[in-house]
Write a protein that binds this ligand. Structure first.
Ligand SMILES: [Zn+2]
Length: 170
């Protein structure tokens, strides 16, 4: 009997909390917590019909190679990054994107004109995940992780960003 992949027994669990919920500690908590100083970032689809803005510290930037993301994007992975859900504002002429529901509790927004996926929002998360490459300013969103890496094509080689260093101490 040949052994299967070590990841074979690991099944996605749609009913468990999203990984974004546990990733807040990845960001060094050095930002001021008072006032409204969260930097604003803007994003848009290629045709410009749908535009948005978000603010806050980028949360859990990661690649995902799940089947849905590869089929939707036509590429081997999608770069996602979270921002507070209540900071998301649709600023373009098209207003809100068109919504697609892969699950009843998860909606994905895409441009009805050019079809680009821009955002993914889970009902039970405080974060809106936006596609990293729809952002105008992509600084600070190098991926820290790669979800469904075991599903990624074998020719895909990724160098993840180094995890934020803990306090080095004396
Ligand atoms: Zn568009």
């Amino acid at each position: 009997m040949t052994s299967s992949s070590p990841a074979a027994g690991k099944q996605p669990a749609p009913t468990s909390p999203l990984p974004t919920e546990s990733a807040h500690s990845l960001s060094p908590n050095t930002a001021p917590t008072t006032g409204h100083r969260a930097p604003v970032r803007t994003g848009h689809c290629p045709c410009g019909h749908i535009s948005y803005q978000v603010s806050g510290i980028p949360d859990d930037p990661h690649l995902c190679s799940c089947e849905r993301d590869t089929r939707v994007s036509g590429g081997p992975a999608v770069l996602w990054v979270g921002f507070p859900k209540d900071s998301l504002i649709w600023t373009g002429s098209g207003g809100e994107p068109k919504w697609w529901y892969p699950y009843p509790t998860l909606r994905c927004g895409f441009c009805p004109d050019c079809g680009s996926q821009l955002v993914s929002i889970a009902d039970d998360s405080d974060m809106a995940m936006v596609t990293g490459f729809s952002l105008a300013d992509q600084s600070g969103i190098e991926p820290l992780g790669h979800s469904f890496r075991e599903h990624a094509v074998p020719w895909m080689h990724i160098t993840l960003a180094p995890a934020p260093a803990p306090d080095p101490g004396p």
